[in-house]
Design a protein around this ligand. Structure first.
Ligand SMILES: *Cc1c(COP(=O)(O)O)cnc(C)c1O
Length: 413
């Protein structure tokens, strides 16, 4: 078998991970070696239905033919030139993203954390330039996730990620998500920025209430603070809109994107207006790979495919089908699951109070059946499949998930 031959050739197994990789992760017991669409195959040739999409990254699925072709074509032309020179793919990508959004300008980097790092540094620098050093406070939300750099774990609302890394950047407040009164109370003229995920991803798949985001916009306007939307997970078509802010009709000052922007080729972007971008003058911020031609060429093609009305309306209807499927499971297993949350193809299935902290047992059972799903905290199973998911995939997932839950319950649940 082809996959077995590959394994022998490479001579590595899951055990190798435990010997040579810094143990920040505890990956699953199988090693994916090949993907196509929503399918993944492991070293033994076993096939999995992938509803994780590499954590909301593979929006167009694995090995999308148009992206493979784009990457191959660019690989033969130009890989890298540094920011001493610009390049055609990055200019085309910036044009596409600014044409499609509120933004006038884009800054490119290599990951979500770096996009947020740029956004937070820009907000502080903009406030410093316009109002002075005292306007440095950042408001963020409990359970939010913004990445793993020191600044972004400090701004993120999950203390476990910043524990033991102090001293941390200062003047950062964390207030409850979707709590308008708390936001009003926390706001002041020393605030330079409010950073929020329109749909909290890692924090449990929790969409913002429309009035909450509208209030944040008003509070930022009243206090000359910048509103930053972290759309690293909720963007690039995930909600059935290119970015979730379009569904809410609340326009941020800065927007960050990454994950599905490169469909697996690392790239991050920070989008903003002319006025705010003016604070990032030559030499103030940068990164060697930012706007790399390979990444930019792939992202350009991704934007072209996703930002089409037909594509996005298909995501909306697929999102409704996924929601209906999961609601059917809640209805049939009311003692196990309590609710379905989310927007579009970003959905969370919450465990009931009878099974606290046990979502992982269900995803492990599903994995054995060949169905891959994620967690969003200990109590929520998260589904962020490729946006090209079909009705057939959804009914297959329905069947596999039910079989997995049955087996898990039979084995003592
Ligand atoms: C994944 C994620 C990040 C971090 O992105 P990385 O590419 O892992 O650095 C930041 N914010 C949100 C909302 C995310 O989902």
């Amino acid at each position: 078998m082809e996959e077995t031959a590959m394994k022998n050739e490479r001579g590595v197994t899951r055990h190798t991970f435990d010997e040579v990789i810094v143990p920040t992760y505890a990956p699953s017991s199988f090693i994916p070696v090949r993907g196509s669409g929503l399918s993944l195959w492991d070293q033994d040739g076993k096939e999995y239905l992938d509803l994780t999409g590499g954590i909301a990254v593979s929006g167009l699925g694995h090995a999308h033919p148009a992206l493979v072709e784009t990457l191959q074509r660019q690989a033969e032309r130009l890989w890298h030139v540094s920011n001493y020179y610009t390049n055609e793919p990055v200019l085309q990508l910036a044009q596409a993203l600014t044409d499609a959004t509120f933004a006038d300008r884009a800054f490119f980097c290599n990951s979500g954390a770096e996009a947020n790092e740029a956004a937070l540094k820009l907000a502080r620098r903009w406030a410093f330039d316009k109002h002075g050093a005292q306007k440095a406070r950042i408001i963020s939300f409990v359970n939010s996730f913004h990445g793993r750099t020191l600044f972004t774990v400090s701004v993120g609302g999950q203390p476990k990620y910043s524990e033991g890394f102090g001293p941390l950047p200062a003047m950062i407040d964390h207030i409850p998500y979707n709590d308008i009164a708390a936001a009003r109370e926390a706001m002041g003229d020393d605030v330079c920025a409010v950073i929020v995920e329109p749909v909290q991803g890692e924090g449990g798949v929790v969409p913002a209430d429309p009035d909450f985001l509208k209030t944040l916009r008003e509070l930022c306007n009243e206090n000359q603070a910048l509103l930053i939307f972290d759309e690293i997970q909720s963007g690039m078509g995930r909600t059935g809109h290119l970015f979730a802010y379009m569904a809410y009709d609340v326009v941020p000052d800065i927007l960050t994107s990454a994950k599905a922007l490169g469909n697996g080729f690392p790239i991050g972007a920070m989008l903003t207006t002319n006025d705010i971008a003016a604070s990032f003058t030559v030499g103030v911020h940068g990164t060697t790979y930012g706007g790399n031609p390979l990444a930019a060429a792939v992202a350009c093609k991704v934007v072209e495919i996703i930002n089409a009305p037909d594509f996005l309306s298909r995501v909306q209807s697929a999102g409704e089908s996924l929601k209906k499927m999961l609601e059917g499971i809640v209805a049939d297993y009311p003692s196990v699951f309590s609710a379905v949350r989310g927007m579009g193809l970003m959905r969370g299935l919450a465990m009931s109070n009878a099974f606290p902290g046990r979502a992982k047992e269900v995803t492990s059972a599903a994995e054995k059946k060949g169905l891959l799903a994620l967690l969003a905290g200990p109590d929520v199973i998260r589904f962020v499949p490729p946006l090209i998911i079909t009705a057939d995939h959804i009914s297959q997932a329905d069947k596999l998930l039910r079989q997995s839950v049955d087996e898990w319950l039979k084995n003592g649940g």
